[in-house]
Design a protein around this ligand. Structure first.
Ligand SMILES: *[C@@H]1O[C@H](CO)[C@@H](O)[C@H](O)[C@H]1NC(C)=O
Ligand SMILES: *[C@@H]1O[C@H](CO)[C@@H](O)[C@H](O)[C@H]1NC(C)=O
Ligand SMILES: *[C@@H]1O[C@H](CO)[C@@H](O)[C@H](O)[C@H]1NC(C)=O
Ligand SMILES: *[C@@H]1O[C@H](CO)[C@@H](O)[C@H](O)[C@H]1NC(C)=O
Length: 487
């Protein structure tokens, strides 16, 4: 039996200088163990309250952390203390690198992953300034973790190397063993690449957070992730040009906002407002959620999300907004696109590399267009035809001003005769592929005719009866969803 634990209530009473603490645990299942004082169920409460007898008085609280000359300094490295110029006039590369170098040399609290020194949450604080830099902020050594860089702007100067990244989480020196970094957080940053290179590069690192960043004027990648895993990109804005749509220069937008060449990363609640490609994925098990791409319209040659992982895609795109720019998937194998909105004739394109589409769900999306007859799912078979198609479900999408395509189609045909043909070519995604048919034959004629499915060819289904009867025939055709098997 499942134990349902109801909320635990804490009462604090203050009377004549004495704090009394009473803990009342309420359980749905009375066989559950009694609430123990030694158990910190609510670890955010000070232990003071949990470890004290309910009626005993509490001594006056100790003053919060008495400063003393003996106590260690907090591990916050202010770049302005190193001489960085927050007005963005003087070159601040060396002072910022010096601050980071000191942070990386700071005292360790043991290790995270093997070989990764735990810096204990040290912070490099950009002090709310805007700093001009002429070289990438690249960590001098590998093997560090639990570090935050936050709170300011970096702008590439005119002589910044055009293949560089403003912040580069690849070590300047590395002997190649293990991961480079673990749990590095880049937060509250404005990064202006000044059309000289990219914004952030993360190489072979674990558990990197990129949080609340605005990355612009890149001409390579806004964020590039290679190897490692679990880079989480959240609540961020990326655009090559600062624009809010309808930009006269949109045809010339270039670059890629986010390139993930690795596994197990996540992009959540991110807006991409300018770039030739919004997100380019060449790795597995990445998740995209709450992504809004209006980086460059497909009609101008842009792509919202490009999945370049033919044969093993393992990507989920949910709750996203593809705004005049669509999704391209090369030979998708295990791909889910759901609960997303496609606006402005944006569509999904499967591009054949070796002719494989397997384990694909495109369900419960909305598509909206301008009545030009653009199909919501399209095939690019210019390399070769798709010929290994299995477990593909494209269904339950709703469409306004575009042409519905699906892998499941339903049709009806009525008449007085002995042959009923339904043609599903206008709906079915794949040409000449029907794996399953169900039909219902309804006649109110006097006779009970013998009827049968006689031909399935070219996405047309023919049902025939032995004698002519007035009948209506309802047919469902499936190109091969879940549950199709042969024995
Ligand atoms: C590689 O770097 C690690 C961590 O800095 C160090 O412990 C190890 O000895 C180095 N190995 C070689 C072969 O230099
Ligand atoms: C786009 O680029 C082309 C070729 O470089 C150039 O001729 C054109 O003026 C540009 N358009 C805009 C709007 O910037
Ligand atoms: C259906 O067609 C048959 C033969 O062509 C004819 O005899 C019959 O009257 C028709 N029934 C109806 C309801 O039209
Ligand atoms: C099924 O229909 C196709 C196209 O009309 C035709 O070429 C084929 O011979 C038919 N097959 C059978 C078994 O009748």
């Amino acid at each position: 039996m499942a134990t349902s634990t109801l909320p635990i209530f804490f009462f604090f009473m203050l009377s004549s200088g004495i704090i009394t603490c009473m803990i009342v645990g309420v359980y749905g299942d009375h066989t559950a163990p009694h609430f123990s004082r030694k158990h910190s169920y609510h670890s955010h409460l000070p232990n003071l309250f949990l470890e004290r007898d309910s009626a005993s008085p509490i001594p006056p609280p100790a003053p919060a952390s008495t400063p003393s000359s003996a106590s260690p300094k907090p591990l916050v490295y202010h770049v302005t203390s190193y001489g960085a110029d927050p007005t963005g006039k003087a070159d601040s590369t060396d002072p910022i690198l010096a601050a980071i170098s000191d942070a990386l040399k700071g005292p360790g609290n043991g290790f995270l992953m093997e070989g990764i020194v735990n810096l204990g949450g040290a912070r490099v604080d950009l002090d709310g300034g805007n700093y001009l830099i002429s070289r990438p902020i690249q960590f001098p050594v590998a093997g560090r973790g639990n570090l935050v860089i936050h709170g300011g702007s970096l702008t590439a100067s005119g002589d910044f190397p055009d293949n560089g990244y403003l912040i580069d989480l690849s070590p300047a020196s590395n002997n190649g063993s293990g991961y480079n970094y673990e749990f590095v957080t880049l937060r509250d940053l404005f990064l202006d690449s000044n059309f000289r290179g990219g914004g952030i590069q993360v190489i072979n690192s674990l558990r990197t957070n990129i949080d609340n960043c605005y990355i612009t004027h890149f001409n390579t990648q806004g964020i590039q992730v290679q190897g490692g895993h679990e880079t989480y990109i959240r609540y961020s804005y990326l655009g090559q040009h600062i624009t809010a749509g309808g930009d006269p220069g949109e045809r010339n937008f270039s670059g890629t906002a986010i390139a993930l060449s690795g596994n197990d990363n996540s992009i959540t609640d991110v807006v991409i407002f300018s770039a030739a490609t919004g997100i380019l994925i060449s790795g597995q098990a990445n998740t995209l959620s709450g992504v809004h791409c209006y980086n460059k319209a497909t009609s101008f040659g842009g792509t919202g999300i490009y999945l370049k992982t033919p044969g093993l895609t393992q990507t989920r795109i949910v709750n996203s907004y593809l705004d005049f720019t669509g999704i391209v998937a090369e030979d998708p194998v295990q791909l889910t696109i759901s609960s997303s909105f496609f606006l402005g004739d944006a569509y999904i394109l499967f591009k054949s590399i070796n002719g494989v589409v397997n384990g694909v769900n495109i369900v419960d999306n909305m598509f909206s267009g301008s009545d030009k007859g653009i199909e919501i799912v399209q095939l690019d078979q210019s390399n070769r035809a798709f010929n290994q198609i299995d477990q593909v479900v494209i269904d339950r999408n709703n469409v306004k001003g575009m042409k519905l395509k699906a892998t499941v189609a339903r049709g009806s045909v009525e008449g007085n005769g002995s042959s009923w043909t339904t043609d599903f070519n206008s709906v079915l995604v794949f040409p000449d592929l029907i794996k399953q048919v169900q039909y219902t034959f309804i006649t109110n004629g006097r006779s009970f005719p013998v009827h049968a499915l006689r031909n399935v060819s070219g996405n047309k289904i023919v049902i025939q009866s032995d004698v002519a009867v007035p009948a209506s025939v309802h047919v469902t055709a499936d190109q091969g969803g879940v549950g199709s098997f042969s024995s």
